[in-house]
Design a protein around this ligand. Structure first.
Ligand SMILES: *Cc1c(COP(=O)(O)O)cnc(C)c1O
Length: 371
């Protein structure tokens, strides 16, 4: 059993303090302005961010909401998806994707993923369609958009909606089209650690469908229509003014941050070539934004422990596929072998916009030494 021979400088999994340091003055000014103008709810900054985010995603509408999970729930509600309806969900995703379907009253139908990308394929989605299927949640997991051309064909044929869970894919493209522009609607999370993160929880729905946009906006504001009438049974899921102001500032840097992630990914690819480390493959036509750098290896837990001991932080995304969590015990739990095998072998190594090139080399060297 090999151990790392050198004492290493610690390498953080994510460093938000370093990310925000150069933005300190602009963020401070935004905070002061928010307080001075009491621009807390329904602020001009919200409208401004919504316009900028719709432009960035190439969609006609954007509705800012409180977080990415609410965004998913609101889209399902806006599409009248609920009791008796099935929604196709990848087994390998963050649990929020499935959670939203359950909260809506619908049934998640979990599908397996492709071993080279850990994403769904058009074939896997097509096989899961039943007469009760209303939609498929397509998750651009780890920052990569799957074959949306093929998936659109499957959805058209089956007469179901595609909903994009783009919480990990701000700025990713497929066929030069941005994440968020493919489905009937797409959802984003601006959780602080995402590629575009707020200073707390925040989210958005983007869509080209005016009716869906209007319904999401109404549902997220207590179902309130015009003249103080509550048209629908809604809820409160508004985007805060301070979060919108911070997001406008950080959006100016998103492309640079994503491009740094691509540089780091390229470095890892080159360092791991001809090694037993499995990296995720890139789908033809897809330009990922590498939200996470997920590798697979056989003795993952030992390697992780050793890295941790030498100061290199890692994570696991995700330790169990959705259908294996106790929370979903009452659902159909057919074996989904690719997702299940990946869960035991995958780990996420440092990948973020302020990761230094020499730090990425240290991570790669430490890993290679441990194999
Ligand atoms: C982060 C995330 C969400 C949930 O977003 P929150 O803002 O934390 O509610 C949903 N889906 C995926 C794939 C995510 O990564």
């Amino acid at each position: 059993m090999s151990t790392i021979s050198r004492q290493l400088k610690p390498v953080a999994f994510l460093d938000l303090a370093a990310l925000h340091q150069p933005l300190r003055e602009r963020l401070d000014a935004a905070w002061r302005q928010t307080v001075d103008e009491s621009a807390f709810i329904g602020a001009a900054s919200v409208t401004q961010f919504e316009q900028r985010w719709a432009d960035y995603c190439g969609t006609a509408h954007c509705v800012g909401v409180a977080n990415g999970t609410d965004a998913l729930e609101l889209v399902l509600a806006a599409l009248d998806i609920g009791v008796g309806d099935e929604v196709i969900v990848p087994a390998n995703t963050f649990v929020a994707t499935a959670e939203a379907v359950v909260t809506a009253g619908a049934t998640p139908v979990f599908v397996d993923v492709d071993p080279s990308t850990l994403l769904v394929t058009p074939e896997l989605v097509a096989e899961a369609v039943t007469p009760a299927t209303k939609a498929a949640m397509i998750v651009h997991l780890y920052g990569q958009i799957p074959d949306m051309r093929g998936l659109a064909g499957v959805a058209d044929e089956a007469g179901i909606h595609l909903i994009e869970d783009a919480a990990q894919a701000h700025g990713a493209t497929f066929d030069h089209r941005p994440a968020g522009s493919f489905g009937i609607a797409a959802t984003f999370s601006f959780y602080p650690g995402k590629n575009l993160g707020a200073l707390g929880d925040a989210g958005a729905v983007v869509t080209n469908d005016e009716e869906v946009a209007e319904r999401v906006r109404t549902l997220a504001n207590h179902g309130r229509g015009h003249h103080l009438l509550h048209t629908y049974r809604g809820r409160n899921s508004r985007l805060d003014g301070i979060q919108a102001a911070a997001l406008c500032i950080k959006l100016d840097h998103l492309d640079d941050w994503n491009s740094h992630r691509r540089t780091v990914h390229q470095l890892y690819l080159e360092r791991f070539a001809d090694s037993p480390i499995e990296v995720l493959q890139t789908i033809p036509g897809s330009l990922p934004v590498h939200h996470l750098e997920v590798i697979r290896l056989d003795d993952r837990d030992r390697v992780r422990d050793e890295l941790e001991r030498s100061g290199i932080q890692t994570g696991i995304h995700y330790a169990l596929p959705c259908h294996k969590h106790p929370a979903f015990a009452e659902l159909d739990r057919r074996p989904l072998p690719v997702a299940e095998r990946a869960a035991g072998r995958q780990m996420s190594i440092p990948m973020h916009p302020t990761l230094k090139i020499d730090e990425a080399h240290m991570v790669a060297s430490a890993l290679m030494e441990l194999l």
